[in-house]
Design a protein around this ligand. Structure first.
Ligand code: ATP
Ligand code: MG
Length: 309
C-alpha cells in the first residue's frame, strides 16, 4: 500500500541500519558549511534511462534529511511534474516561463506533497523553447540568468540563497534547453541504464560537458554516473556495469539502482517510490544513493580551495 504523502516523511527509522540516511549526513543544511556544488543537472540524451526517477527520488531523500530542495522539470513531457502529483492544468507558469524570463521564480514554483521539496513544473510549451531560444540574446544563458536574478544584490530571493539543492531533470536531448541547464549548474549527474548500448552516445554527452566547461561554465563537471535498472543476475547487465566502471572509474557511484517493479508503479500514483513503498529494494537503493551523494558532495566541498582575498 502506498503511504499517504501527507504523512511522508521518509521514515528513516523504518529502513534497515545498513541504509540509514541520518540527518547528520547532510552538511548542506548547516548554513555555516562552505558551499559545495549546489545545482545539478540530471542528464543523458538517451531516453528512458532513469533521469526522472533518479531526480525525484534523490530530491525526496534530500528533502527528508532536512534540505530545502527545488526540482526543476526541464522536459516538456513533464514526467517529473506528473510523478510528484502536479496537475496538468497547474503547470504554467513553470520552467518555460522562467527560462524565457516571462515570470519570476516565485510564480513558477509549486509546493509538493513532500515537506521541503518544491517543484518548477514543465508544460508542453517547453518544447517550443528549443526553437524560440535560437534567436534570443544570451540564448544559452537564459536559465543561468533567471537563477542568478537577485544574486548581485545579495538578495535572499536568489535561487542559491533559497534552496540547499536544486536538481534539473533534463529532457532526452542535447538541445538548447539542456545546454541552458549545463550553463546554469555546478555539476552533472548521469544516469546510465545497465543495458545493451548503454555507453553509446555517452561520448557526445561528455564532449558537450567539456565544451560548455571551456567556453561558458568553467566549474561544470560530471559529479557522478548512476547505474540504473541493474539486474545482477543478468550477464549483460554485469558487463555494462564493468564497462562503465572501467570507462568512468571513481565517477561511477558505488550504489546501483536495481530494476524494481515498485519504481515503475510509483509515478502513476503521483508519488516518488520512496513514499509509495519505502521498504522496497528500489527505495532502499535510492536512500543509499542519496547518502553517497551527500558524502561525495561533502568531500567535493572540503577539497574546494578558498578563493584568495
Ligand atoms: P526520458 O528520457 O523519457 O525522460 P528518463 O531517462 O527520465 O526518460 P525515467 O522516466 O526515469 O527515465 O524511466 C523510464 C521508465 O523506466 C519509467 O517508466 C520508469 O518508471 C521506469 N524505471 C526507471 N527506473 C526503474 C527501475 N530501477 N526499475 C524499474 N523501472 C524503472
Ligand atoms: Mg525523464
Amino acid at each position: 500500500m502506498p503511504s499517504a504523502a501527507g504523512t511522508l516523511a521518509l521514515n528513516i527509522s523504518e529502513v534497515p541500519p545498513t541504509v540509514t540516511l541520518s540527518s547528520s549526513e547532510s552538511t548542506t543544511t548547516d548554513p555555516s558549511t562552505p558551499p559545495g556544488p549546489q545545482i545539478f543537472a540530471i542528464a543523458n540524451q538517451k531516453g528512458g534511462v532513469g533521469k526522472t526517477t533518479t531526480a525525484i527520488n534523490l530530491a525526496t531523500a534530500l528533502a527528508a534529511v532536512g534540505e530545502k530542495v527545488l526540482l526543476i522539470d526541464l522536459d516538456p513531457q513533464g514526467n517529473a511534474s506528473t510523478s510528484l502529483g502536479i496537475a496538468r492544468n497547474d503547470r504554467a507558469p513553470g520552467a518555460y516561463e522562467f527560462i524565457l524570463g516571462l515570470s519570476p521564480m516565485a510564480e513558477c514554483i509549486r509546493a509538493s506533497a513532500i515537506p521541503g521539496l518544491s517543484v518548477m513544473p514543465a508544460s508542453v510549451s517547453l518544447a517550443g523553447a528549443e526553437i524560440e531560444l535560437i534567436d534570443m540574446e544570451r540564448r544559452e544563458h537564459r536559465l543561468f540568468d533567471a537563477l542568478a536574478a537577485g544574486e548581485e544584490s545579495g538578495g535572499e530571493h536568489a535561487a542559491r540563497a533559497q534552496w540547499t539543492t536544486i536538481l534539473l531533470d533534463c529532457p532526452p536531448s542535447l538541445g538548447l534547453v539542456t545546454l541552458n541547464a549545463f550553463v546554469a549548474v555546478d555539476a552533472v549527474l548521469v544516469p546510465l541504464q545497465a543495458e545493451f548500448l548503454a555507453l553509446e552516445g555517452i561520448g557526445a554527452l561528455v564532449n558537450t560537458v567539456e565544451r560548455i566547461k571551456k567556453r561558458l561554465n568553467p566549474k561544470l563537471h560530471i559529479a557522478g554516473v548512476v547505474l540504473t535498472m541493474v539486474d545482477r543476475r543478468n550477464v549483460l547487465s554485469q558487463q555494462v556495469e564493468a564497462d562503465a566502471r572501467q570507462h568512468f572509474g571513481e565517477l561511477v557511484f558505488g550504489t546501483t539502482i536495481p530494476r524494481n517493479v515498485r519504481i515503475a508503479e510509483a509515478p502513476s500514483h503521483g508519488l516518488p517510490v520512496l513514499i509509495y513503498d519505502n521498504a522496497c529494494a528500489g527505495s532502499q537503493a535510492y536512500i543509499l544513493l542519496a547518502s553517497e551523494f551527500i558524502r561525495r558532495r561533502r568531500n567535493a566541498s572540503a577539497q574546494q580551495v578558498p578563493s584568495p582575498p
